[in-house]
Design a protein around this ligand. Structure first.
Ligand SMILES: Nc1ncnc2c1ncn2[C@@H]1O[C@H](COP(=O)(O)OP(=O)(O)OP(=O)(O)O)[C@@H](O)[C@H]1O
Length: 656
């Protein structure tokens, strides 16, 4: 088998840590003798009572840590230290984003490795200690009102709510904490009352840095920092629970024990100030002035993390926990713009079989979501190792929140090369934890997708086959029966049987490998089907949404058009009526003038023609009648509001 390939910069380095097992089960996982200094390969053999998959599988990792490995061994030899160095960024060098994650079956030692125990520090605490040691006096004063504080707030790209640690902890636990945890920061000035849910009930659980484990100590580890730079260390924490992101340090997070208070899920998105990189928007971020402050913030976040017991592990992580340490750096003299790089530490929830974990109800649903997200993670990791560079288009990392958060920043950005702060792709390390006597199926599944290389070796011939064949050889040699080739000597029979035996062995091993592949392919197909169904459901939802939106938009447009048309029609009518009014006025004026002209000088009584006089009288009579009628109408009209024009009056008249 090939030595483990050196992953390209965008891939995970994958380390395997074995935990000391307390199980009475037989051991199924063995570490291969190392060809070089450290072991890198393991083999797993299925338990003897497993008659389904008998192939022996061999896996390669960057390095394997056996049961006796200590926290410090992992800290120094997995590259965590160089990650911390990378995040700090040396002289005239930008820091680099780094990600450290643990993956394993529930109870295999993920939290033990990354967060430690009551007696031992985990990699997170050690990394924090080294960071604060290295930045030392170059850390900025970050009390409210300090110029550094406002510039830090102003340059944040993730729409965060930023607080100093002293203000945050004061609000959480009351004033007494500041005595326990002296900080270089001055008294807080910001109102943090939103955090105070019930300080007295929380004060029982105040994390005390002095009571937290001090070992392994890292005093002897020194990292060089840029002597001309000043630094700020900002901490944020969130969890991915049921495929949604929740802040672990926000005021609503502190209330999550109250069922009536709903936690608000956050979005992982591009913001206005971060068009090229996705960030978790709206997080609570705490500027820490000392290692002790950082530890207290970490403990506060961990207390909020959703934890419920399962049948597999009494204190089991039921969410994927993200702990982010943002290191900001700028020139101390020129007070240039802050550059930022983040160390993200992820404690993934344990994978387990729901049946085995004896979970029920909501917890069973959680287990389903956890297994689903880990399955997508497995697919991504497999794709990454299959395709190495240029994997961005192939790695299906947008399938769930977990893989989106883990992989979105693992690929070179296409747009940032022109900008002043070019983000290198994130450097990632995965520590896989396993119990060599634990659950064979769950462990082998995780090893299969996390290993850098894998080989299925030909199994030994099953003992029953060889027994039968031996029996046959005996029988045949005793009976001296003729073989298929017609040869009857015992050596010929033996030779033929050996050939048959090896052919049988080859075929049965092939069969097992094929069965194993079939099982894997079936699993992949199911996963693909599942995501396809999810995509289809999403598509239907989207289609309905778009239909509704289009309908509403069209209806609004039709209504508007109708109103416009109606207004135009009314204006046209008004114009016509005015025109007619004017014409009638002109006719009336002309008639009056004509009559005045004709009547000038003499009355109609004096007219020479008697017929004409008669006609004039009639007309006069008619005129008086009409006048009376017009008067009547005008009076009636004046009672009908708005009908001022003669045409309208006429219309009213007709209607009456
Ligand atoms: N390397 C180790 N050495 C000693 N004890 C260990 C080691 N790894 C794990 N343990 C112990 O095993 C128990 C379970 O470990 P841990 O809680 O870290 O598991 P986990 O993988 O994080 O589980 P989950 O996914 O359910 O959170 C703990 O009591 C832990 O101290």
């Amino acid at each position: 088998m090939e030595p483990p390939p050196r992953p390209s910069s965008s891939l995970f380095d994958v380390y395997l840590r074995l935990r000391p097992s307390h199980s009475s089960n037989p051991r199924f996982l063995n570490v291969e003798e190392p060809a070089a200094e450290h072991p890198t390969h393991i083999t797993i053999k299925p338990p003897t009572n497993d008659n389904r998959k008998r192939a022996v599988e061999k896996f390669a990792f960057t390095r394997v840590f056996e049961e006796d490995a200590q926290q410090m061994d992992l800290f120094r030899s997995t590259g965590v230290l160089s990650m911390v160095d990378g995040v700090l960024g040396g002289t005239s060098r930008h820091g680099r984003d780094c990600l450290l994650a643990t993956l394993g079956v529930t109870g295999s030692g993920k939290s033990h490795t990354i967060l430690g125990t009551k007696s031992q520090r985990g990699l997170t605490q050690m990394a924090l200690d080294v960071l604060f040691q290295a930045t030392g006096q170059q850390l900025v004063q970050s009390f409210y009102g300090a110029p550094a504080f406002s510039s830090l707030v102003a340059t944040d790209v993730s729409e965060a709510n930023m607080f100093t640690a002293s203000a945050f902890l004061d609000a959480m636990y009351g004033d007494s904490q500041s005595e326990r945890c002296p900080s270089r920061a001055q008294t807080s000035m910001l109102d943090c009352s939103s955090f105070i849910t019930n300080p007295s009930s929380r004060s029982k659980n105040i994390p005390r840095p002095s009571a937290l484990p001090q070992n392994p100590a890292v005093h002897d580890i020194e990292l060089s920092v840029d002597p001309k730079a000043e630094y700020a260390i900002i901490i944020s924490m969130y969890e991915v629970y049921n495929d949604r992101i929740f802040d672990l340090l926000s005021s609503t997070a502190t209330k999550n024990k109250h069922p009536t208070v709903k936690r608000r899920a956050l979005l992982f998105k591009n913001t206005e100030q971060s068009p090229d990189r996705k960030v978790v928007a709206g997080l609570t971020k705490i500027i820490c002035g000392s290692f002790d402050e950082a530890l207290m913030v970490l403990e506060t976040g961990l207390m909020e993390r959703k934890v419920a017991g399962t049948g597999s592990n009494a204190v089991s992580s039921r969410s994927h926990g993200f702990f982010c340490v943002e290191v900001k750096k700028r020139n101390a003299e020129r007070k240039s713009a802050w550059t930022s790089s983040t160390l993200t530490i992820v404690d993934l929830a344990g994978s387990e079989r729901a049946r085995q974990a004896k979970t029920a109800g909501a917890t069973l649903a959680e287990a389903g979501k956890i297994n689903e997200s880990l399955m997508y993670l497995g697919q991504c990791m497999q794709m990454q190792s299959d395709h190495q560079d240029g994997a961005r288009n192939i790695v299906p990392f947008r399938q769930c929140k977990l893989t989106e958060l883990l992989f979105s920043n693992s690929f070179p950005s296409t747009t940032t090369r022109q900008t002043s702060h070019y983000h290198q792709p994130q450097k990632s390390i995965m520590i896989v934890t396993a119990d060599p006597k634990g659950d064979f199926n769950a462990t082998s599944q995780i090893l299969r997708y996390s290993a850098l290389a894998r080989e299925v070796t030909v199994p030994r011939i099953p003992s029953t086959t060889s027994t039968i064949l031996h029996g046959t050889i005996h029988k045949h040699s005793n009976d001296r029966t003729t073989t298929s080739s017609g040869r009857t000597t015992p050596s010929a029979i033996l030779e033929e049987l050996e050939t048959a035996q090896s052919e049988l062995a080859r075929l049965s091993s092939n069969l097992e490998v094929l069965a194993l592949r079939l099982a894997e392919e079936t699993q992949r197909r199911r996963a693909a089907e599942h995501s396809w169904q999810a995509a289809e459901a999403h598509m239907v939802d989207l289609e309905q949404e778009i239909r509704d939106e289009c309908f509403a938009a069209t209806e609004a447009a039709v209504l508007q058009e109708r109103r416009r048309w109606q207004a135009a029609w009314d204006a046209e009518q008004e114009n016509k009526e005015n025109h007619l009014d004017k014409k009638i006025d002109v006719v009336i004026q002309a008639t009056k003038a004509h009559m005045r002209e004709q009547g000038k000088g003499k009355g109609y009584e004096e007219h020479e023609e008697p017929g004409m006089r008669e006609r004039m009288r009639e007309l006069e009579e008619e005129n008086r009648r009409l006048k009376r009628r017009v008067d009547l109408l005008e009076r009636a009209e004046s009672e009908a509001p708005g009908a001022r024009s003669p045409v309208k009056r006429m219309r009213v008249l007709k209607n009456r």
